[in-house]
Ligand binder design. Sequence first.
Ligand SMILES: [Zn+2]
Length: 303
Amino acid sequence: MAKGRNELLRSIPGAGAALPATSHSGANEFASVASESFGNPTLTFNFWGRVQGLEYPSLSPEQQDEIRESFADDLARLKRWCIEAEWLPSHPPDELKIFVSDEYKISKSLMPASVGQRGRMEFPAWKVIAGEAAIAHELVHVYFPNGNRLLAEGLAIHLQAEIGGNPAFPNFGRPLHDVARELLVKMVPEFAAGDPKALDKIRLTDLDKIATPSPLRLRAGLNLYNDDAVGQAHIYPVVGSFVQFLIATYGLKTFRAVFEQTPLKPFARNPGSSDRWADAYGAALLDLEQKWKLKMSGRPVPA
Ligand SMILES: [Zn+2]
């Protein structure tokens, strides 16, 4: 058991988004397949708004130009990441319908995908104006939606941090691990001394049971971090940090092996079975979670 696990839990520092060791012609070939796979989606923007019963666009013409440009840039970045990671989206939508409105409180694209409207993306106008729209995050939901909410959000948060063109929720440009560590101390004050055992009060294994489109909820002792702005601001950096740890430590391919077992199917709820972690990593999610907690505590993580 231990030997098999060690073989599977190989450490691949920095292998997350490494360029594949392909020849130039091989890479070019893959790039053209990648372009085909992405297609050439039409980007339709909607800035509809209403004030005092009259139509009143949510953004100024200049702000509209800026968001169009940011979108094209982040889409190009995601394509490049897919080529480098050799991970292509399956059945991507032909059209991205982007709605920017004062009426939205949070950004959304996974929720629409879960009801069969993949490609519909909603952004609160104030976030766009502040330059904090999580464009890369929402694009990841469109191109890599997942039936397991922990995996869907984890990859989106990780890639927003890695390739996003602007700082955005939940870490706003700061390293995910730093933000997660700070929040863990807030959620579990005993963790301030750095004992990873204190983090037993937080169980990521609970998050793995949540199916899209249900929101992530996490208990820390008797406190429930819920589906509200404060709750999500605590949960999302933790989830992003964990997925970033998995990808950086064990490689993207292993993460992908788990991710691809729970494709998002509209109107279904499928978070996946807990066995799939052992199948891919040779270790239960709880073991991986404990290794991440060691990293958060600043202690060396065994290979
Ligand atoms: Zn999300």
